[in-house]
Design a protein around this ligand. Structure first.
Ligand code: SF4
Ligand code: FES
Length: 244
């Protein structure tokens, strides 16, 4: 056990913080610390969580100035006696550490994240996508997004232009564009090629550093920039299946 000071931002942008002294085992996470504070010191402290195992993305917050998942951040790994906990940047604060995710999902919706199958395709016929195909290979490392918003909060471009699509939405669009079952090509390309689409990215890699799922978002954005020069390949989806 060790003693930690947990400095938590309280409601809004006026910079108000509250400090709590807590005894924590080194295996405990920042989320455990917040629960302890809520249980024993301040029941009004607000934060969001659900799965507690790094799967739902709801507990994303800034911990010592980095966007992280509170349930996956052990206090020991922070190597500090004082832990500063703040809401994610670039999103409106609802209360304490709870942010409204609307701006993130507004951009997410622009790229049509759901599968839009080709109506001409026989729904009974399974699309076989070999894992060695380009889509198969890209999907391996990039389909695990849990929409936590950490990349959005870390992105310097989002910070100066809230109309920018943001890294997660672009990564999602890339996967759908390569997916041989999907057909909403033109709509997605239009959003990506928009003045607030991929070209806004300045390749700062902040999103890559922030993503708790290890998704190489900058790679997806760079691939989209290159691919927009040859949009026809997205209409012939076999390119992503037959030519590994
Ligand atoms: S890409 Fe990573 S950081 Fe961004 S929303 Fe998805 S899981 Fe979170
Ligand atoms: S509580 Fe679900 S990712 Fe942390």
């Amino acid at each position: 056990m060790a003693t930690y000071q947990i400095r938590v931002a309280r409601s809004g942008s006026d910079g108000a913080t509250d400090s709590f002294t807590v005894e924590l085992d080194h295996r405990m996470t920042v989320l455990d610390a917040l629960f302890l504070i809520q249980r024993e010191q301040d029941p009004t402290l607000s934060f969001r969580c659900s799965c507690r195992v790094g799967m739902c993305g709801t507990c994303a917050m800034r911990i010592n100035w980095q966007p992280r998942l509170a349930c996956q951040t052990r206090v020991l790994t922070l190597k500090a006696d004082t832990i500063v906990v703040e809401p994610l940047a670039h999103l409106p604060v609802m209360k304490d550490l709870v942010v409204a995710m609307d701006p993130f999902f507004e951009q997410w919706k622009r790229v049509k994240p759901a599968l839009h199958p080709d109506p001409k395709r026989d729904p009974k016929k399974l699309a076989v996508v070999p894992p060695t195909s380009e889509f198969g290979k890209q999907a391996q490392g990039k389909r695990d997004c849990i929409t936590c918003g950490a990349c959005y909060a870390a992105c310097g471009i989002v910070g100066s232009n809230e109309e920018y699509l943001g890294p997660a939405a672009i990564n999602k669009a890339m996967l759908r564009l390569m997916d041989p079952r999907d057909n909403a090509v033109d709509e997605r390309l239009e959003e990506l090629n928009d003045e607030n689409g991929v070209w806004r990215c300045h390749t700062q890699f902040n999103c890559v550093a922030a993503c708790p799922k290890g998704i190489n978002l900058t790679d997806s954005i760079m691939k989209m920039k290159r691919s927009l020069l040859f949009p026809k390949k997205f209409h012939d989806k076999r390119n992503f299946v037959d030519n590994p």
